[in-house]
Design a protein around this ligand. Structure first.
Ligand SMILES: Cc1ncc(COP(=O)(O)O)c(C=O)c1O
Length: 367
């Protein structure tokens, strides 16, 4: 995607020529006559500020319709409504903990089955498909292992078995990847992350190409009501204008840091797929994660990602807290694993901060 195209799409189409998107706070819209409408009736159903963002985003994702929701989890929950008891969905094994928790709830409460599979292993996924399988749910870059799945073969497999392919594109964004163009049916984001980009808006977005899917999701969006507020929609639209700049910078910083961390004493494993700003580090057993986190000065110990600041998260007790210990163990989520979302700061500042925090986190050897 070209940078200029991205900025242009994010510009408002307002007739006044306003460069920034107007925020329409009105929840209700006056009808000129009985049976007529301006196209806007009630804000849960449609709001001009939200529509402006949704239209821009659908273009970026190469889709036809986007639905902005009150959080990334609300976006996933919106999609869950496409399935009924007995349906089975094959899901990325190495997945965001909150999505795992929601799917577990849907399994217990509504009888939708979620089977965790390793999308890095095509043959196992293929063999896992049964007559009840209705969809594949893939996080293209696994979390927190940061392995990138080659999704193309799954688009072909899905078509053959009439499955929906659902992609969580949060870590890549439409700047780096447009799955609808490649063959996906539904793309979702926690827009709280790179799309908003400044850690000041909680939001989600679902995008599709197919008209039937758009109609169904549009009905659910209005019916369930977890639609995005006008102000938050404005913030997302504003975020789009700098998405390319922020992605370029955090990817650049992450690539440099990954290289540096391979040679750092105290780090046993660097998990980075080479794209985007997300990586994980496994500390050596002689280094303490709690000491490392409390000694950070530039990077921030906080639980989110995709913002301008570098965030370091401790998946074991944060993002994956509700995952049973044996499941965490299978995924390599232990007390030495840290997840980093690299920000847009000066690279040197990030590197120096990590080095100094590592030095302070080494356990003193008693002789
Ligand atoms: C990959 C991924 N998907 C979905 C979500 C849920 O998004 P939200 O926190 O905006 O509800 C998250 C949150 O961290 C995430 O990392």
């Amino acid at each position: 995607m070209k940078n200029t195209e991205l900025s242009q799409i994010a510009l408002t189409q307002d007739a006044t020529g306003a460069i920034a998107n107007p925020i329409y706070l009105s929840t209700a819209y006056q009808h000129p006559h009985l049976g007529t409408s301006t196209g806007f009736d009630y804000t849960r159903t449609k709001n001009p500020t939200r529509s402006a963002f949704e239209e821009s985003f659908a273009k970026l994702e190469r889709g036809t319709a986007s639905f902005a929701t009150a959080s990334g989890m609300a976006a996933i929950q919106l999609i869950c409504n496409l399935f009924k008891a007995g349906d089975e969905i094959l899901v990325s094994f190495d997945l965001y903990g909150g999505t795992f928790r929601l799917f577990d709830f849907y399994e217990q409460q509504y009888g939708v089955h979620f089977k965790y599979v390793d999308f890095l292993n095509y043959e196992t996924v293929k063999e896992s498909i049964t007559e009840n399988t209705k969809a594949l749910f893939i996080e293209t870059i696994s979390n927190p292992q940061m392995q990138e799945v080659d999704v193309d073969p799954y688009y072909i497999l899905s078509k053959k078995h009439h499955l929906l392919t659902i992609i969580d594109n949060t870590f890549l964004t439409p700047y780096l990847s447009t799955p609808l163009e490649d063959g996906a049916d539904i793309v979702l984001h926690s827009a709280t992350k790179y799309i908003g980009g400044h850690n000041d808006v909680l939001a989600g977005v679902v995008t599709v190409k197919d008209a039937n899917l758009a109609e169904k999701l549009g009905e659910f969006h209005n019916m369930i009501g977890a639609t995005l507020s006008p102000f938050d929609s404005y913030l997302l639209q504003r975020g789009l204008k700098t998405l390319h700049l922020r992605m370029d910078r955090s990817e650049y910083n992450a690539q440099l840091l990954a290289k540096r961390c391979y040679n750092l004493k105290g780090i046993d494993q660097v998990l980075y797929c080479g794209r985007t700003g997300m990586m994980s580090l496994r500390l050596n057993k002689n280094y303490k994660a709690d000491k490392f986190l409390e000694n950070l000065k530039v990077c921030i110990f906080a639980e989110s990602l995709g913002g301008t600041e570098t965030f370091i998260t401790f998946p074991y007790t944060q993002t994956h807290v509700d995952m049973p210990d044996e499941e965490k163990e299978k995924r390599g989520i232990d007390e030495h694993l840290l997840r980093l979302s690299i920000g847009v700061e000066d690279y040197e500042d990030i590197e120096q901060d990590i080095i100094q925090a590592l030095e302070k986190s080494k356990e003193s050897v008693i002789i």
